[in-house]
Design a protein around this ligand. Structure first.
Ligand SMILES: NC(=O)c1ccc[n+]([C@@H]2O[C@H](COP(=O)([O-])OP(=O)(O)OC[C@H]3O[C@@H](n4cnc5c(N)ncnc54)[C@H](O)[C@@H]3O)[C@@H](O)[C@H]2O)c1
Length: 424
């Protein structure tokens, strides 16, 4: 294929190099005359192991051209990969001006394309916040091209997951390929350029693809910050940080796994809140700055408020709510710091008429801390606890599913209005 790569920075140069390696012809377009000159000479404008060699070989074959403009290449290209920068503005927000500019240039350019030819597939690879494709890129394309996608051009969003330093290896062995599409199938899997890559392909709406990239990068950043906080505390206590994390990493069941990574109910119970609190206090005592640890509980509290607000959006105060679950998770009667108990207390406080169903809970068997918790937070629990879940659901205006209860939700009638907070 003939592929235009717009923006010949770290992403553009690496992708171009790999596509040259695969036998495609590349037109490297960059507004920087120095970069365009480097491409025209078969040199990489950036340093990334392996890129220069692939560019040089492609250039020697006559399959690499460089330019500062898209020019007539738009007429016979099969695809254009948009890899321009999306830097931060001084206030931290995302600067989409380069994306807007290239989208408008592309829109203008495709007007000259023969409508009988297959559409030029415009694949945006720059990192952009959710909504950017729908609210910024598409309107600019539409306005400048004078027609909707599907005719002279088509659009896709394909975030890049490569890491500088190992970018070539990452390109050929990505963790995954994510393709944002206007409608299912419109990218035709990016005309085959991901064929042969050994990775799962996810074809999703634009906003999902855009969001995944940010979920990934913020998680990577969080992991580094978290590990460094553990390391700082360990050092302050004369404990070897690497040994601690070696053992932490060896746990692939709960630590390095998909556990605890589904948006849903806030955490609670007798251990996590207490231990996070103690650790943050210990770090304060040690004089170790730990903004991540310090803010875990605050984040959890925000999530509880969010759930109350979401219930408010679904049902006005005074409505009848059936809460499924009160203990902090399934198959335990532990109520200590249960987020569902907090939620129940807040809903009652706001004026909802609440009933609760929880097969894990027997009020007459409550002892010790569980009993104290109930007395302090929900003294009238036994009067709002129901046994007939189907009957209570039929009378409720909203059923809030607080924790997994296999088989229970299926037994409720189809007319029941559900809000599953355990899986948002
Ligand atoms: N660097 C990485 O490892 C990496 C990894 C994944 C995703 N990303 C994302 O990919 C995008 C590109 O990142 P990068 O590091 O390659 O950026 P970069 O700044 O190195 O390169 C961007 C290039 O685009 C050029 N450019 C700007 N406007 C142009 C236009 N209208 N026409 C042609 N060229 C134009 C610039 O001159 C520059 O050379 C960003 O959104 C970034 O967040 C980067």
């Amino acid at each position: 294929m003939k592929i235009i790569v717009c923006g010949f920075g770290y992403v553009g140069a690496t992708v171009a190099a790999c596509l040259l390696r695969e036998g495609h012809t590349i037109v490297g377009v960059d507004i920087s005359p120095d970069k365009a000159a480097a491409i025209s000479a078969g040199r990489s404008p950036i340093h990334e192991p392996g890129v220069n060699g692939f560019l040089r070989a492609g250039h020697a074959d006559g399959r690499l051209l460089g330019s500062t403009e898209i020019g007539d290449h738009v007429l016979d290209a099969d695809m254009a990969l948009i890899c321009v920068g999306t830097p931060s503005k001084p206030n931290g927000s995302l600067d989409l001006s380069y994306v807007v500019k290239i989208a408008r240039q592309m829109g203008e350019a495709v007007r000259r394309r023969d409508p009988a030819k297959p559409p030029l597939l415009l694949v945006f690879r720059s990192t952009m916040l959710p909504g950017s494709m729908d609210k910024v890129v598409l309107p600019n394309l539409l306005e400048t091209a004078g027609e909707a996608p599907g005719g002279r051009y088509e659009v896709a969003y394909n975030p890049e997951f490569l890491r500088e330093g190992t970018a070539i290896a990452d390109y050929f062995a990505p963790p995954k390929t994510v393709i944002g599409e206007r409608e299912p199938g419109t990218s035709k899997k990016l005309l085959g350029i991901c064929d042969g890559l050994d990775a799962p392909i996810f074809e999703v709406p634009f906003a999902v693809a855009e969001m995944v990239k940010y979920a990934d990068n913020s998680f990577h950043a969080l992991k580094v910050a978290y590990a460094n906080e553990v390391g700082r505390l360990a050092l302050s206590l004369d404990i070897p940080p690497q040994r601690v994390m070696e053992i932490f990493l060896a746990d692939t069941k709960l630590n390095i796994s998909s556990y605890y990574l589904r948006p849903g109910t806030p955490f609670g119970g007798s251990c996590l809140p207490k231990d996070v609190r103690a650790l943050a206090a210990c770090m304060r005592e040690q004089g170790v700055s730990a903004p991540v640890m310090e803010n875990i509980l605050a984040s959890n509290a925000s999530h509880k408020q969010f759930l109350v607000q979401e219930i408010g959006r679904r049902l006005p105060v005074g409505g009848r709510v059936l809460l499924l679950g009160l203990t902090f998770k399934s198959d335990t009667d532990d109520l200590r710091e249960s987020p569902l108990l907090d939620l129940a207390e807040q809903l009652i406080g706001k004026g909802y008429r609440l009933s609760i169903y929880d097969p894990d809970l027997k009020t007459d068997e409550l002892v010790g801390a569980n009993q104290r918790y109930v007395q302090e937070h929900l003294p009238h629990l036994s009067s709002i606890l129901v046994q007939d879940v189907a009957g209570a659901a039929a009378e409720a205006d909203l059923v809030v599913v607080g924790k997994a209860m296999p088989g229970v939700v299926d037994r409720l009638g189809g007319s029941v209005k559900l809000f599953p907070i355990h899986r948002l």
